[in-house]
Design a protein around this ligand. Structure first.
Ligand code: FES
Length: 135
């Protein structure tokens, strides 16, 4: 049975199946966001992901289609003071409208005031299902 069929049988044929949880990491007090969900790219709610530079917000993530035609997912929460970041396709960077921080498409800080990177999630395209998960 293919994954898509399996999900449909479970009743998750709509846009997404997700699990978001937080676990303490390595005794350092860090929070490691655990994300595991699917986006159906045939669902009209996810149409933005069919276009280069298109993005959507799902479960505290920003999922987007980069200029290289690959899918990326990052925490949408700016590490400075928590505003949402946006994908600026013309410059191929993530920008925060609150105080101007910029991040590359893997979440690395390019310009402060944010000092910490955005958490990067893994993506895997399986047919028309985009799997987004914590690596
Ligand atoms: S909250 Fe993003 S730069 Fe301040």
């Amino acid at each position: 049975m293919e994954r898509k069929e399996f999900l449909k049988k479970l009743g998750y044929s709509a846009a997404a199946f997700f699990i978001v949880d937080f676990l303490s990491g390595c005794g350092k007090g860090d929070q490691v966001p655990i994300v595991d969900f699917y986006l159906d790219l045939t669902d009209p709610a996810n149409t933005n992901l069919l276009n280069l530079g298109g993005f959507i917000y799902v479960n505290n993530t920003i999922v987007f289609k980069g200029l290289d035609n690959n899918y990326y997912a990052l925490s949408k929460v700016c590490t400075h003071q928590g505003c949402d970041v946006e994908y600026n396709v013309s410059q191929n960077v993530m920008t925060c409208i609150c105080h101007g921080s910029r991040f590359d498409i893997t979440g690395t800080v390019l310009l402060g005031p944010a000092a910490s990177p955005l958490f990067e999630y893994a993506t895997e395209l399986i047919g028309t299902q985009l799997h987004v998960f914590t690596p």
